[in-house]
Design a protein around this ligand. Structure first.
Ligand SMILES: Cc1cc2nc3c(=O)[nH]c(=O)nc-3n(C[C@H](O)[C@H](O)[C@H](O)COP(=O)(O)O)c2cc1C
Length: 323
């Protein structure tokens, strides 16, 4: 189902979540093969983006010629001048929208007043959104948690502020900052957001298959889904959910061989983009995330942590793909 976020129209309502260490250019390029209609970069710190920094420049790479999948760039930060400057810079790049991170629970982020501390300090969030919106001419979205802790769930209020400041869509992870990634996703919190604002709301958290996707729609009334961990592990989850939503036959999950071939493509892209050192690090990360279901997975994980350089990864895949 086509979905609009501000001035852009997405081919369906399934979005790949920002995932630090994963949703970089090589992964986004591969994701273009699957039926998701938007992908968000890993979070990019506002200050280095605003003031130019070598490592950040690499994270910013996007090239519409080689991947037509629309992409959003996610900015994380707390200080208004840097966020505004970062938004100006982001706009000069080949991205379709800008997203603000109000969800990261990491201690370092909270200490600096960024990430999910913004759902606790909504007065600051309000000022930040207003200042950024003034500068941003492409669609602008907010990725948020439902609150700081169980005693301060304020998702609807936060979303209302965002809508009032001209945010074009909300991605809401149904957990509080205190919950981290543990416990069940609070679907009522997501529903409260949907019932409060008119802009599109994308439910996020623990969508792992067609059944949990349909359950998220049914229980929250959300307009679309944002999927993170289970899509890193198996990007074809988008094809299955898209088929189910469109009433087409749902394709079977990939075989282990298909998974291994896809992982090999991802690792090759990672090495081509980053070179040997960072390529090894990111490839190990991609593999470790995706070993569930393979025979001897725990032994293989140990083996993966030792892999270094493209030749070692190729040998690993030769072993995995051997008949
Ligand atoms: C390894 C990892 C990295 C993440 N990086 C980001 C990030 O950069 N920005 C962000 O907004 N959320 C980030 N998240 C949160 C996810 O986008 C998502 O909200 C969360 O994993 C819940 O959705 P899921 O159950 O579909 O994974 C990250 C989560 C994980 C596990």
């Amino acid at each position: 189902m086509e979905t609009k976020i501000g001035t852009i129209t997405l081919a369906n309502n399934l979005v790949m979540a920002p995932m630090a260490g994963y949703t970089d250019w090589p992964f986004r390029k591969i994701l273009g093969r699957f039926r998701c209609s938007l992908v968000v970069t890993e979070m990019i710190a506002a200050k280095p983006l605003a003031f130019g920094h070598g490592k950040t420049l690499r994270m910013l790479y996007n090239d519409r010629k080689h991947c037509a999948l629309p992409a959003g760039i996610q900015i994380v930060g707390s200080d208004i001048p840097s966020l505004v400057k970062a938004a100006q810079k982001a706009q000069e790049l080949e991205y379709d929208l800008i997203d603000l991170n109000a969800g990261c629970p990491a201690h370092k982020m909270i200490k600096s007043g960024a990430g999910s501390s913004l759902v606790r300090e909504t007065f600051r969030l309000h000022k930040i959104l207003a200042a950024m919106r003034k500068e941003i001419r492409i669609p602008f979205t907010l990725k948020m948690r439902i609150g700081w802790d169980e005693n301060s769930i304020n998702a609807a209020e936060t979303a209302k502020i965002a809508e009032g400041e001209g945010v074009d869509a909300i991605f809401v992870h149904g957990r509080t900052r205190a919950a981290g990634y543990a416990g069940k996703v609070n679907l009522d919190g997501i529903r409260a957001v949907k019932q409060t604002v008119k802009i599109p709301v994308f439910g996020n958290g623990d969508v792992r298959d067609v059944a949990s996707a349909l359950n998220m729609f049914e229980k929250t009334g959300c307009d679309g889904l944002m999927i993170g961990r289970y899509a890193v592990e198996d990007p074809a989850i988008f094809d299955r959910i898209d088929a189910a939503l469109a009433g087409r036959p749902v394709p079977p999950p990939p075989t282990l061989r298909e998974k291994a071939l896809l992982l090999r493509d991802i690792c090759r892209e990672l090495f081509a983009f980053y070179g040997d050192n960072i390529g090894s690090l990111r490839s190990r990360g991609a593999l470790l995330f995706s070993m569930r279901g393979f025979p001897n997975a725990s032994q293989m994980r140990k083996q993966i942590t030792q892999l270094k350089g493209p030749a070692a990864f190729e040998r690993f895949f030769d072993g995995l793909l051997a008949p």
